[in-house]
Design a protein around this ligand. Structure first.
Ligand code: 5AD
Ligand code: SF4
Length: 355
């Protein structure tokens, strides 16, 4: 059997919903570039079949760039003294949530560094206020917290929680996130899922020391956790971190990870991350044609936006209105339409295997 026949057989197997083994995932990650288009086309068909042609929008508000961690890759790390820190006031956060609501978007993501300034009571108050006023579906992304905090957030009205596992390799995780452990991360994710949150995880692609085997483990972890949302983005070196100068100019591997994530997890919500468009002007559209179905416009007020400097070059310029109008045009070009509803992970259809 030729290599092409072999890859075709693998993709067919995936398309009908049969599970891929770790070795098969590695093969798809490693295969020669000429086969990529078949992988992307397969993921695109599964995406269409499972979650449809609509692109869901999530408005994101990055309300604090304080962080107590020292992740080697991230510009918000505590040791980065060059960064001017900010915390938005509760009123500013509420006002921004109203702006999200005014565009017609139904869901808001409240994201910050790991910032213990925000007590559990404070976050709950915020969640309640945003919910009472806007009725938006609320996603929190605040990092690791004790189980009782997650429970309280849910009781206050939070619906979803994002906590990327970043890398499934215990060694790489420990190296990149000093003082942290992957087991702890996974334990948080299991708690979040068990509490009934729609749960988001994900990884970075192109990290120093990352192998195809590690990427396959990332993908298997997403599947095992039964995560509902998967944020997969390229690593981009930040000049004020220990990983400064490490080149990653290739989005091809990130697109492959997105596509394989779609093959494995079927009906999940997968954003085309901003980091992709930072590396390639067409990055976001390519991802949307390789399995992704979500875009997250940034609503953080202008005076703070550039200070949420996780990696360089990340801000979409202009007003959110202009950004959304531009997105709408781009999506039309690839035959897709924006959907303003909450975009929950759908129930499985008969065409897919229930998992
Ligand atoms: N490149 C790409 N993504 C990054 N993140 C943090 N630093 C970087 C970087 N240098 C991502 C992580 C984290 C999210 C807040 O930003 O995946 O979960
Ligand atoms: Fe903090 Fe998250 Fe950045 Fe790590 S990745 S330094 S936890 S904001």
């Amino acid at each position: 059997m030729s290599i092409f026949d072999h890859i075709e057989k693998l993709l067919l197997k995936a398309e009908v919903g049969k599970p891929l083994s770790r070795d098969e995932i590695i093969e798809l990650l490693k295969m020669s570039g000429e086969y990529s288009e078949y992988l992307f086309a397969t993921a695109d068909r599964i995406r269409k079949n499972e979650v449809g042609n609509k692109i869901f929008l999530r408005g994101i508000i990055e309300f604090s760039n304080f962080c107590e961690r020292n992740c080697l890759y991230c510009g918000l790390r505590k040791a980065n003294e060059k960064l001017e820190r900010y915390r938005m006031s509760d009123e500013e956060i509420l006002e921004t949530a109203r702006e999200v609501k005014a565009t017609g978007i139904s869901t808001v993501v409240l994201q910050s560094g790991e910032d213990s300034h925000y007590t559990v009571e404070h976050i709950c108050r915020l969640v309640q206020a945003v919910k009472d006023e806007t009725e938006l579906i609320i996603t929190l992304s605040l990092g690791e917290r004790p189980p009782e905090d997650y429970r309280a957030f849910g009781e206050a009205g939070a619906n979803r929680y994002l906590l990327k596992h970043e890398t499934a390799s215990p060694e790489l995780y420990k190296y990149l996130r000093p003082g942290c452990q992957i087991d702890q991360r996974v334990s948080c994710l299991k708690t979040i899922k068990a509490l009934g949150f729609e749960t988001g995880t994900g990884n970075m692609v192109g990290l120093p020391g990352q192998t195809y085997e590690i990427l396959a483990d990332d993908l298997m972890l997403m599947k095992i956790l039964d995560a509902d949302m998967l944020g997969i983005g390229p690593f981009i070196a930040h000049q004020d971190t220990p990983l400064a100068g490490i080149e990653n100019d290739d989005i091809e591997l990130t697109l492959r990870v997105i596509a394989i994530a779609r093959l494995l997890t079927r009906n999940t919500n997968i954003p085309a991350t901003t980091a992709l468009s930072t590396l390639n002007p067409h990055g976001r559209l390519l991802a949307l044609q390789a399995g992704a179905n979500v875009v997250m416009p940034d609503f953080t007020p202008e005076q703070y936006k550039s200070r949420y400097d996780i990696y360089p070059g990340r801000t979409d310029m202009g007003s959110t209105k202009d950004i959304i109008a531009k997105l709408e045009k781009d999506f039309q070009m690839i035959g897709r339409i924006i959907d303003y509803s909450a975009g929950h992970r759908p129930a499985r259809t008969n065409s897919g295997t229930v998992h």
